[in-house]
Each structure stands twice: as C-alpha cells, then as structure tokens.
Design a protein around this ligand. Structure first.
Ligand code: ATP
Ligand code: MG
Length: 678
C-alpha cells in the first residue's frame, strides 16, 4: 500500500453558498433543508434495512417482493441487497411509464448536426426495445449471456442496453472512441458471442468508422457469431459480412413490438463496464440488478431534484458509467425526459451546450470539469444568445472541479440561481456517493460536500488503516458498510475485486482516492492516493491544490501537476499548463512562467515552488476526459525520449496501457515540448 498521502493538510477555508430558494413557479426541492437531509441520512446509516426497504418499495416496481433487505459484508466480499426479490430494470425504466402514459417523451436525441433532433415517446421506446430483444432471442441470447455494445450516441444504443436488460442478458458497453485493440480485449475478457454496433458514427462533424474498427477487433474474437449492425449513415462502402453480420433494420422489422420481461433475481448481473483506465489496466466492474437500479433511481431523483416534467441533460457518453446511470437508467426509471447528445460541446461552436439547453428546456444539466474548463477558456460570449432560465441544477463529475471553474459554472452558466452539485463517485459505486443536495446543502466550491443516504464514509490513515475521526483530517477515503449500488465483483475475477477494493483495509471498501474532512465535516477529494500527492522535502501536497492555484492565473486554462523523483527533495513538482486562446502569450515567455510560479508560491507556500513549468498545447486525457497523470509523470521524469515516440511498442513498454488515451498524438507533442523547453 502506498504511503504517499498528505497527512497534515491545512484546514480548508472556502466561501459558502447557501441553497437558492426556489424561483416562482419552480417545484419545491424534494429535500428542502439541512435538518431533513441529516434526519434521513442518520436513519439510513442507523437502520439501512428499514430505510432502503421502504425506498425500494416506493421507487421500484417488483414482480415478486424481496425478503431480507441486506446481507453480507465488505469483509466477506458477499454484499447483496433485496434478497430473492424479482425485478426487471427495463420494466422499471420503460414499461411502467409506457403503460401509464405512452406519449410522454422519454428521450430527446440531439444529433451531431445542430438542426436535427428527434423526440421519442415511452411507448415507442417500449416497441423498439421489444423488437430488438426478440432479435437477440432469435440469435440465441439467453439470460446471463454477455452482449457487447459498441455504438455511437444514438437512441439505438439505449435500446440495445435496455433490450439486454429486458431478457436478462448482461451488457458490456464499450465506448465508441476506443480502438480495435481495446474493443477486442474487452470482448474477449467478457466472452461475448454477440456484438451490437453501427456502420459509422458522427461526432463533431467527423465520421467514425465503427464497423471497420469492429471488424478488425472481430478478426481475433472467433466466439462472436453474430454482429447486429445499425445504419447510422447508410454509407454503401461500409464492410458487411453475412451471415455473421445482420442489419438492425432488417431484423427488427420482422419482430413483434412486444417482448415479455424476464423476471430477474435482485442479485442477477445487469451489466459489466470497464473503468476509465486513469491508473492502469481497466477493470470489468460487475453490477447487479436491484441494488444498482435503486441507487441510480434515488440519486437521480434527489441530487438532480427531478420532478414530473423535467428534462435531464447529461452530456456524458453511454460508454461510461455516467452515461449508464444518468442518461439511461436513472432518468428513465424516474419517468422523466432524458437528453442523448451525439455531438461535442464545441461543434459547430462553443455555444452548443447552451443552445441545447435553450431548445429543449433542460432543467438539470450534468457534465465534467474538463468541458467546463474548456468552455470557460473559450469565453463567455458563447452563452449570450441563449435563454438558460429553465436550469435549476448544474452537476459536475469525473475529477475534482477547481474553485475557478466552479465559480464560472455557478455565475456564468447558472446566473447565481442554480444549485451546483459536485458529485463524487466511481464506476464501482454505480451511483453518486458524495454530493450536495440542491435544496439542502450549503456548497463550498471545490468540495463534493456530504455523503448521500446510506453511504457511511470513513477517512483512514493510509499506513495504519485506523479511522481518523473528527474534523480537519486527511487520509484515504473508504466506506464502512455496503450500500445498494456498490459493484459486487470484477467480471470473472473476484480475487482482483477483493484485492483492489476490500483487502487493502479489511472491513472497508477502499476508493483509492485521498480526501480531507474539513472543520464542517465537508469532504474534499484530493485525487488518487498513488498518483496525486506529491511529497517535497516532507511537505505533502495534493496535485489538485497546485492545479487550482495555477488555473487562477488569468492566462492559464488548464493545469496538470506531477511529482518526479528528485535527489535533493525526494520529489519535485512539475507543472503542465495549457493557455486560454484569446489571452495566450508566448509559451516560453519568462514573465508568464515567473507569474505562474509565484501564483503557486503565494497560494500554497514557498515549499511548493515548481521545479519546472511546461506550457503545452494539450494534455493527455482518457477518452472520458480525465488527465492521465501517470503519463505526464513519466514524460516529466525524462523516462521517454524523442526517439521512443516513433516506436509504438517502446512507447507502450515505457508508458503502460495507452488504449484509453483519447488522442495518442498528444504524447509526441509533449515529449518534444519537454525536450525543447529544458
Ligand atoms: P481507473 O479506475 O481505471 O484508474 P477511473 O478511476 O478514472 O479509472 P472512473 O470510475 O470513471 O474511472 O472514475 C472514478 C474516479 O474519478 C474517482 O475515483 C475519482 O478519482 C474521480 N472523480 C469522480 N468524480 C469526482 C469528483 N466529483 N471530484 C473528485 N474526483 C472525482
Ligand atoms: Mg478508479
């Protein structure tokens, strides 16, 4: 276990923003005071069986009632919820709303081109999902089989997930930006027999050759016997190999638009999903049916404060857990309208998100700090033409949001009228675990604030594993007892699950993230324990803190900070910065470098003086937009030379798994910049 963690962080002082009272004509929040939150939270921890037993009856529709509410422990690795209940996730997300109100809009699909969108009713979703479920059955898919989904952001991607859930197949969605190798590895690992994909994808005006990439992957996956191909573009040049390949439209046309739902045991698997790979080889995280579904239904309802007529706009991709939980399962289980966005925030211009909010009257909006920082960098004028008045809740997820970006989101996007919810969670937790609640929690920019119901958070001393009690403590973030949506295993590798999450600190779920609990009991996520803490001459500091200081400089758009070995000080700080376009001075400008250095010194202290600041056009990010510090650390340490960049194998050897890197070209540019700016 790593020992790299700041153990004596200063008390965090931050401004506090109380919840905004609801504007006229807007609904009263579900949880409307701190007292109410505290009362419910305490009850959820003291008596989870009663709390979640009632919630599961209130929020989900069961085919057969469950018996015992919760069983098993982190110690044993046998966590289970709602034992012997029978439920179907698709029924809860589609049928129950379609039966009551078939014309209600379930999905608004905003296509890549801004003038194209389609509104799809719950009744239509039921018919389309049923047809596809019948196709899957025809090709031999049965309860418990794994189906790979490699789809662009089209409604059919959602239908594919729900069709699997309907018949009890386990879906494994692979983000459509992944390469053939990454897709192949995931299909082999999950032993898939069926792949659902599309001819091509569209994103930011570009065409992605999904079927071609899939074919490359399939060449080394002999167990996949059927490939269902959805026609997104209809390009005649797309390769097609019958009888293995079948067209989605041909197949579904011949199927009945109704298919019964398979009654699933609460603990039957619903899906598996690979983590982002920020820290190493991705893990095939396994989620089960009832606990996951309850977790996402409850968090979507309370954290985005969803009411009957709301339109929820989560800008993630369905290929990530955020898309699974907060585009598909959470909003649909609540029966609201969910937005499915095919494009990118800067296509055709940086006003795209705001145009979408205006056009579809979005009430809650959810994106990642990387997008918020990018849009802040491009300037406020892109928001001017749009009416954002319908917005009530603005969410952030994926990385710590630095206070500068938080304030921009709050002031410029939210016009100081919206709640900002900085939601902390992981692929493994299935749903949000630390977050403010819009009507209740006073916010502090940069803090994910307080735990959600049922999440019993502990801060542990990284070395001894002892709980650090009280306030003003920093350690590793762990959870004391299970909550419904926590992952149950890693697919076909329960030992890795135990080793990664449950064995580091016996009796706890270990998140891998460092955290500070401040004087008010608020939680501040400080990044990965192994990577995101730097120790300079015994001073431990989190990379997030230094990055926040840098981003406060007017010219700096984004910053990533790493520690490299240093003979004198143990570790030394290296900062990588990108600049705002319209204020961009010369990258080698000595005045700028000096200003950035003094920014860090004055915000954190002279002990945090960077050894080096590298101004670079771009940072290496995962395909979900997270900065990959493990790459930066090696580049900064000089482990990779300019000649290594030319050879892919050498690069992989030196830098580890690069399949999750969004733009492989970034590495060469970085290495060059580091070499020349010496
Ligand atoms: P891998 O586990 O493969 O390294 P990953 O951890 O990036 O990849 P995810 O499950 O997508 O994969 O991300 C979860 C992580 O993202 C958390 O452990 C945390 O480090 C970070 N994170 C998510 N939300 C927040 C947030 N609101 N504040 C701070 N960090 C966050
Ligand atoms: Mg992780």
């Amino acid at each position: 276990m790593t020992t790299d963690l700041l153990t004596n962080a200063p008390e965090v002082e931050a401004p506090v923003f109380p919840p905004r009272p609801p504007r006229q004509g807007r609904p009263t929040p579900h949880i409307s005071s701190m007292d109410e939150y505290k009362k419910m939270y305490e009850q959820s921890i003291a008596d989870p069986a009663t709390f979640f037993g009632k919630m599961a009856q209130d929020l989900l529709t069961w085919f057969k009632p469950f018996g015992k509410v919760t069983f098993g422990s982190f110690k044993e690795g046998n966590v289970s919820w709602f034992l012997d209940g029978q439920v179907n996730a698709c029924y809860n997300c589609v049928d129950r709303h379609a039966l009551a109100n078939p014309d209600k809009i379930a999905i608004i699909w905003e296509a890549d081109e801004p003038n194209q969108h389609v509104s799809i009713s719950y009744g239509t979703v039921l018919a389309e999902v049923s047809r596809l479920a019948n196709v899957l059955k025809k090709y031999g898919v049965r309860k418990g089989d794994t189906v790979a989904i490699y789809m662009p952001m089209v409604p059919e991607a959602v239908y594919a997930m729900l069709a699997c859930a309907r018949i009890g197949a386990v879906h494994s969605v692979v983000f459509a930006g992944f390469s053939a190798d990454a897709l192949r590895d995931r299909m082999l690992d999950a032993k898939c027999k069926i792949l659902i994909t599309a001819d091509q994808g569209k994103r930011g005006g570009k065409t992605i050759q999904l079927k071609k990439i899939a074919d490359e992957a399939l060449a080394e996956c002999p167990s996949v016997h059927t490939v269902i191909v959805f026609q997104r573009t209809g390009d005649a040049a797309v390769p097609f190999h019958p009888p293995r390949d079948v067209w989605w439209h041909d197949e579904t046309m011949n199927q009945r638009p109704y298919c019964p739902c398979e009654p699933m045991n609460s603990e039957d698997p619903l899906f598996m999903l690979y983590t982002s790979g920020s820290t190493g080889k991705p893990k095939g995280v396994l989620h089960t049916t009832a606990g996951y579904l309850l977790g996402v239904t409850a968090t979507t309802k309370y954290i985005f404060d969803l009411h009957e007529d709301d339109v929820h706009g989560c800008m993630a991709d369905v290929g990530w857990i955020t898309g699974h939980s907060y585009i598909v399962y959470g909003p649909l289980a609540n029966g609201v309208t969910t937005i499915l966005f095919e494009s990118i925030p800067t296509y055709p211009n940086a006003g795209r998100y705001w145009e979408l909010v205006d056009k579809h009257k979005v009430t809650s909006f959810y994106t990642a700090p990387t997008a918020i920082r990018a849009l802040r960098r491009l300037g406020d004028e892109h928001l001017q033409p749009y009416n954002l008045d319908t917005l009530r809740v603005l969410g952030s997820v994926g990385e710590p949001i630095n206070p500068e970006a938080w304030m921009w989101y709050y002031k410029v996007v939210g016009r100081e009228r919206c709640a900002i919810v900085d939601t902390y969670w992981q692929t493994e937790t299935g749903s949000i675990i630390i977050t403010p609640l819009p009507g209740a929690t006073p916010s502090k920019p940069g803090s994910a604030t307080l735990p959600f119901f049922g999440v019993d958070v502990a801060v542990l001393d990284p070395q001894t594993g002892k709980e650090l009690v009280g306030t003003g403590v920093t350690g590793v973030l762990a959870v004391r007892s299970s909550f419904p949506s926590i992952a149950r295993s890693i697919y076909d590798n329960h030992e890795r699950y135990m080793d990664t999450y449950l064995k580091p600190y016996i009796g706890y779920y270990f998140t891998g993230d460092g955290v500070t609990r401040d004087k008010d009991g608020y939680y501040w996520i400080r990044g990965r324990v192994e990577l995101d803490v730097i120790n300079v001459s015994g001073h431990r500091m989190s990379t997030a803190e230094i990055e926040s200081a840098l981003v406060q400089h007017a010219a700096c758009a984004e910053a990533a900070v790493v520690g490299i070995p240093d003979e004198l000080t143990g570790q030394a700080i290296v900062c990588f910065c990108t600049l705002k376009t319209h204020t961009a001075p010369q990258a080698t400008d000595q005045t700028l470098l000096a200003a950035l250095t003094s920014q860090v010194r004055s915000h954190i202290g002279p002990f945090a003086t960077p050894k080096r600041i590298v101004v670079t056009p771009d940072l290496p990010k995962t395909r979900s937009g997270k900065i990959m510090r493990r790459i930066l650390r090696k580049v900064a340490a000089g482990d990779v030379g300019e000649e290594d960049v030319l050879n892919e194998d050498v690069l992989r050897l030196k830098l580890g798994d690069l399949t999750t890197l969004a733009d492989p070209g970034v590495v060469a540019a970085l290495v060059k910049r580091v070499a020349t700016s010496q």
